[in-house]
Design a protein around this ligand. Structure first.
Ligand code: OGA
Ligand code: NI
Length: 353
């Protein structure tokens, strides 16, 4: 893996703060990738499913709702998810304060492409790639053996504690969701967790995304189209500013987040494990000229050193194995080289028949 970036890193936030009137060429996407803002009336009415988790946990009807959301959308919003609302607000607020610190302070945490841990502004090491209009901070959370709070921001003062507290709650939520996903696939409640490598061996990381204001939002993207490489993603969106778009047929649906909801989406590893029954759906982020946007993506991943392939019980004569097994560390390193690339990575594992 490359140990340094192919070009000097430019913080998009500081670029935005200089008041550039136009988007520099390296952020201008080719015409076919540029975002579409004006959705038709029918698109505008379409929404990803919103599930009240009180109607889901332990309820047969809830399993059906989860199944249909994961088969059809790969995304849903959760309300009554059990994560403390004021904690959500505090951790997001602390990250916002971190990004408001002077560049020199943030630069102390500058990351490199070998682990991605720290403060960064690009995904992928492809030279001359078109870049996304965002900065981020990436950190490892699980397994706890690789958690190193000393690499996390030390300012604002409470941020490390808040990250730990939030991480703990979201981890529990992911464990519960893993059981529910397992049952919704017709498996024993603990089957999926075992396939992921077991509760004490799974991985998790947190990426806080910062999308600065952009002078020409129609020319670029905050985050290019991708599916999440891992297992399950729990997204805490900005409380005020929309931006996440989810692929629906040939178009994109802009998510209108429900107050205090968390957004869950299926990653490539669950698509593989479920033998394609559940979909990791492409998504992207649009930016705007008026407001910056902050989001926290918690990635819940399989143990990284075991092959992940379709679960045997989900392989049948009518539905032969669709994907060839791959270890998550290998899968992730491919993504880390290429950066966001739609669904190309998971599609490359398709077995030809
Ligand atoms: C991600 C992601 C969406 C958002 O971090 O993988 O898709 O709204 N984020 O920031
Ligand atoms: Ni994503």
């Amino acid at each position: 893996m490359a140990t340094c970036w192919p070009e000097p890193i430019v913080s998009v936030q500081s670029l935005s703060q200089t008041g550039v009137p136009t988007v520099p060429n390296r952020y201008v996407k080719p015409a076919h990738q540029r975002p579409v803002f004006n959705t038709t009336q029918s698109d505008a009415e379409m929404e990803i499913p919103v599930l009240d988790m009180d109607d889901v946990w332990g309820k047969p009807e809830g399993l059906r709702l989860v199944r249909s959301a994961c088969e059809e959308w790969g995304f849903f919003q959760m309300v009554n998810h059990g994560v403390n609302h004021s904690l959500m607000e505090s951790v997001r607020g602390a990250w916002r304060e971190f990004f408001e610190l002077p560049l020199d302070e943030k630069r102390k945490y500058a990351n490199s492409p070998d682990t991605y841990e720290g403060y960064g502004s690009r995904l992928g090491v492809v030279k001359d790639a078109k870049l996304d209009w965002s900065d981020y901070f990436f950190l490892n959370y699980l397994p706890s053996s690789i958690r190193s709070p000393s690499k996390w921001p030390s300012q604002p003062p409470k941020i490390r504690e808040l990250i730990e507290e939030y991480g703990e709650e979201v981890k529990k939520l992911c464990e519960r969701l893993t059981e529910t996903l397992s049952e919704s696939l017709g498996l024993e409640p603990n089957h999926l967790m075992k396939a992921l490598g077991g509760e004490d061996k799974v991985g998790a990381s947190l990426r806080t995304n910062y999308y600065p204001k952009c002078p020409q939002p129609h020319l670029t993207l905050g985050l290019s189209s991708h599916s999440d490489p891992g297992g399950i993603t729990i997204l805490l969106p900005d409380e005020k500013v929309a931006g996440l778009q989810v692929r629906r047929c040939d178009g994109w649906i802009t998510v209108k987040s429900v107050p205090n909801a968390l957004i869950v989406n299926i990653g490539d590893q669950i698509q593989i494990l479920s033998n394609g029954i559940y979909k990791s759906v492409e998504h992207q982020v649009i930016v705007n000229s008026g407001m910056e946007r902050v989001s926290l993506a918690f990635f819940y991943n399989p143990r990284s050193d075991i092959p992940i392939g379709p679960i045997e019980e989900l392989v049948t004569e009518n539905r032969p194995a669709l994907y060839k097994p791959i270890r998550f560390d290998e899968y992730r390193s491919l993504i880390r080289q290429k950066g966001p690339c739609g669904k190309n990575q998971v599609d490359s594992l398709l077995l030809s028949r």
